[in-house]
Design a protein around this ligand. Structure first.
Ligand code: RB5
Length: 141
């Protein structure tokens, strides 16, 4: 189960993300927002992050205009490692090295085609499970 959260800046891209996840047969839980009306990104990023931290969802994707607000918010929640990615290399590396459990995207920065590709890489890349990366993640916690 993938936790989703966005604000008005990320709303349109999130609709495309949901359609994409459905095409892939991946289940998600949508924590809002549910329209493009102006709203406060911390509310929705926090709800999605809490679902990942509690184990209700395995991973999360949060979207706002820049991706910055939602990533800062998600990373305040203990156990969350949320990576703001605007390229495919970072999406792969953050799974392999950081075992990132949430992805943040900036809908006003990253076009939908690239954003969906980044999400696919994030969702499909396993953690390396290498000792040095496990150690460093432990140091973060
Ligand atoms: C909303 O205007 C915008 O501030 C928000 O989507 C996000 O970019 C904040 O980091």
């Amino acid at each position: 189960m993938i936790a989703l959260g966005c604000d008005h800046g990320g709303y349109q891209l999130m609709q495309e993300m949901k359609a994409h996840l459905e095409e892939r047969g991946l289940e998600y839980k949508d924590f809002g927002t549910y329209s493009d009306a102006s709203c406060d990104y911390p509310e929705y990023a926090k709800a999605a992050a809490n679902a990942v931290a509690s184990g209700e969802c395995e991973k999360g994707i949060v979207i706002c205009g820049t991706g910055i607000g939602v990533s800062i918010t998600a990373n305040k929640i203990k156990g969350i490692r949320c990576a703001l990615c605007g390229d495919c290399f970072s999406a792969q590396a953050t799974r392999e090295h950081n075992d990132a459990n949430m992805l943040a995207l900036g809908a006003r920065v990253t076009g939908p085609g690239l954003a969906l590709k980044i999400a696919d890489i994030f969702l499909d890349t396993p953690f390396s499970d290498e000792e040095r990366h496990i150690r460093r993640i432990g140091m973060i916690e």
